[in-house]
Design a protein around this ligand. Structure first.
Ligand SMILES: *Cc1c(COP(=O)(O)O)cnc(C)c1O
Length: 481
């Protein structure tokens, strides 16, 4: 299997070459040259491997699917990496992604039982083990630099903690994350994890990351890398739970299901698109956004319009507060018949010039719905409150704000004939304030997080200065850790 760039660069690369890379050299995103097709016999084999979610089933399924895309890690090693990642010890349940039935034909797939209680653990935990494996094989080290306002940073830290060859430097806006999120990140005492609280807002943190990444000399000298959501390995790891959800909701491989996905950067639902292209019988892929409706606007009108940061709403489903959807280019590449030159003109030229492009009149646009199954909708703060209340009263299940966006939009697109699976992307405890607003009571706290706010903290507060951050990184790289 070789990987190509969505912007038409001539290079073809193998999995481990793109594993530690970000963008392709032409600024595009990596995709496999083609999606491996799973035929009827293949689907039957995958269902057998998953074995209804019996212990080890999810790891076996992950190994089968990853093997279709990774041919430069020996099979036994890849199997061991999957088995080490997808365990009850890490994900709290032997099934890893149990399906919860709300009512006939309407399910939640629980993706948030990992260490940080959000779905990003599903991919990030595997990435941590892949990085450690590949860096050891090369005899290299990597310093991961990132900016976070919540979920991504904590998922990355919990995935990389204690890993050989990897250090994490994570910037966050000082005093602006939720108390629970701060406690989650800052209580990590692993010597390879460095929390840096920047006196500023999230954009200041992101600017510093950009400045450091543009300092090519510094970047090379200190082996700076990232774990952002455009990493192909993260997307690939997410493909697995679409199969696992399908096998739990159906008994025969001829049945169809639909998925509804709370979306921000289009990483989660893009994995659903890949699963569908492989032949998983998915009817609809429902994209749910909050007030930041960049994606809903596209699927309704064909207009993709990046928002200015001043026009990005701060909402009660903050992990979906995006101004552009970084993985969206991958879908547009497929939609336009994999025409790299056109994708380059749209994402490389038009977006940076006009901040928008319009495919509304393009003959390919109707394919987004007709051929690729996409539907979309948006949800507001009031919708979240109503949905959280309704699901709790009718089904006795407490859902978080992001999942509520998914449930709301899923209901708008449900058809009687096809089961609908909503991806549960976080647990309510992470967004307790809105749960209290909706239900007048505190969400349950998983036992391992009891008293987390009073644990000792390890964090360095710093001015919003690129030089200061570079000095901090250089200082820590010089030490033998
Ligand atoms: C990151 C995140 C999302 C959005 O996922 P994308 O892959 O960016 O579309 C939704 N919900 C939660 C809780 C998240 O952390």
């Amino acid at each position: 299997m070789r990987y190509l760039s969505t912007r038409g660069h001539a290079d073809r690369k193998r999995f481990c070459e793109i594993l530690l890379e970000g963008l392709a050299p032409d600024g595009g995103l990596y995709l496999p040259e083609q999606y491996p097709r799973v035929d009827a016999a293949g689907l039957q084999r995958l269902r057998a491997a998953f074995n209804g979610g019996a212990p080890g089933g999810y790891a076996a399924l992950a190994f089968e699917i990853l093997s279709l895309y990774i041919d430069d890690i020996p099979a036994n090693d890849l199997r061991a990496l999957c088995e080490k990642t997808y365990t009850e010890a890490v994900f709290g349940t032997a099934q890893i992604v149990p399906l919860k039935r709300l009512e006939d034909g309407f399910y939640l797939e629980a993706l948030s039982n990992g260490p940080t209680l959000a779905f990003k653990d599903m991919a990030m935990q595997l990435l941590g083990n892949l990085f450690e494996y590949e860096l050891a094989r090369r005899g290299e080290e990597l310093n991961i630099l990132g900016a976070t306002s919540g979920d991504t940073g904590s998922a990355a830290e919990y995935a990389m903690r204690g890993k050989r060859g990897v250090r994490v430097f994570m910037l966050s806006p000082h005093g602006r994350m939720s108390p629970f999120q701060q406690a989650q990140m800052f209580s990590l005492m692993d010597h390879n994890i460095h929390n840096i609280a920047i006196e500023g807002v999230f954009d200041d943190c992101q600017d510093i990351v950009k400045n450091v990444s543009n300092d090519l000399d510094f970047k090379r000298r200190h082996r700076i890398g990232t774990v952002n959501s455009i990493n192909w390995a993260r997307l690939l790891a997410q493909v697995v739970y679409y199969f696992a959800g399908y096998f739990q909701a159906t008994t025969k491989d001829t049945e169809q299901v639909s998925f509804a996905v709370p979306s921000g950067n289009f990483g989660n639902v893009c994995a659903g698109h890949v699963a569908r292209q492989m032949g998983l019988p998915i009817d609809r892929l429902v994209v749910a956004t909050n007030e930041n409706d960049v994606l809903d606007e596209f699927f309704r009108t064909g207009v993709y319009r990046v928002r200015a940061s001043a026009d990005t709403h701060e909402t009660s489903s903050p992990s979906m507060d995006i101004s552009k959807a970084s993985n969206f280019e991958r879908f547009v590449f497929d939609l336009l018949g994999r025409d790299g030159a056109r994708v380059k003109a749209l994402f490389g030229d038009a977006l940076s010039r006009d901040g928008r492009f319009d495919l509304g009149a393009d003959p390919a646009f109707p394919d987004a719905a007709d051929r690729y199954g996409f539907r979309s909708g948006k949800s507001t703060h009031d919708d979240r409150l109503t949905t959280i209340r309704d699901v709790f009263q009718r089904h006795g299940v407490m859902i978080d704000t992001h999942t509520a966006d998914g449930v709301k939009v899923a209901r708008d697109h449900r058809s009687e004939a096809t089961p609908m699976i909503v991806l549960e992307t976080a647990l309510p405890i992470k967004f307790a304030e809105t749960i209290v607003e909706a239900l007048g009571r505190q969400p349950e706290r998983p036992a391992q997080f009891e008293g987390i706010e009073s644990l000792p903290r390890r964090v360095t507060v710093m001015a919003a200065s690129t030089a200061a951050v570079q000095q901090f990184i250089a200082g820590h790289c010089a030490r033998a850790t």
